[in-house]
Ligand binder design. Sequence first.
Ligand SMILES: Cc1cc2nc3c(=O)[nH]c(=O)nc-3n(C[C@H](O)[C@H](O)[C@H](O)COP(=O)(O)O)c2cc1C
Length: 193
Amino acid sequence: MKFLGLSGSPRQGNTAALLSRLLEGAASCGAKVKSIELAGLDIKPCTHCDLCLESGECVINDDMQGLYKELETADVIILASPIYFMTVSAQTKLFIDRCQAIWVRKHLLGREPLGPGRQRKGIFISAGGRDGKHIFDCARITVKALFASLGIQYSGELLFSGLDKAGDAACHPTALDEAFKLGVCLMGQKSDR
Ligand SMILES: Cc1cc2nc3c(=O)[nH]c(=O)nc-3n(C[C@H](O)[C@H](O)[C@H](O)COP(=O)(O)O)c2cc1C
């Protein structure tokens, strides 16, 4: 099982810590894990050039080309983003919009969006500084739409409000343990932690 973690925060903060812990849980059960920081990549915005409409491929030559390949070979994709102004971070949204070419494969070309032979699972991780049950609503809708377009089953989420400073997840009574356990659970095993 290959786990691909995509971190959409520009800092080593709460979502990065949660993602890292989830991957540690999965790796402890034998998963092959890879984590990529979107903020460190050159991902240009989608220009709506429509050149993907016939091929299902994006013509923009930047680091997203490598990410398309990573997505195709992953079994579990974990997208981690902080909440910025009630939705995902700009770094995360750049990645999401560039998945339009994959959307085309499914909806216009009738192809398996990420290729055949795998039942992919998707997990959404997020943290917001404010308290309140609605702070994840917009981001969740966006990520669910992304996963659906990519043929990825929305299979779980770790959403924590009230985490603002970079180290807050580490001080939370359960957050990192929950992340580890989810990683174990996704490998089909029970966590004894
Ligand atoms: C530009 C910006 C916008 C933010 N907007 C929100 C918001 O709308 N709601 C919220 O609860 N927190 C908001 N926050 C706080 C972050 O979501 C919070 O600090 C979170 O823990 C950051 O995650 P990270 O540590 O993984 O980067 C915002 C922070 C920044 C920098």
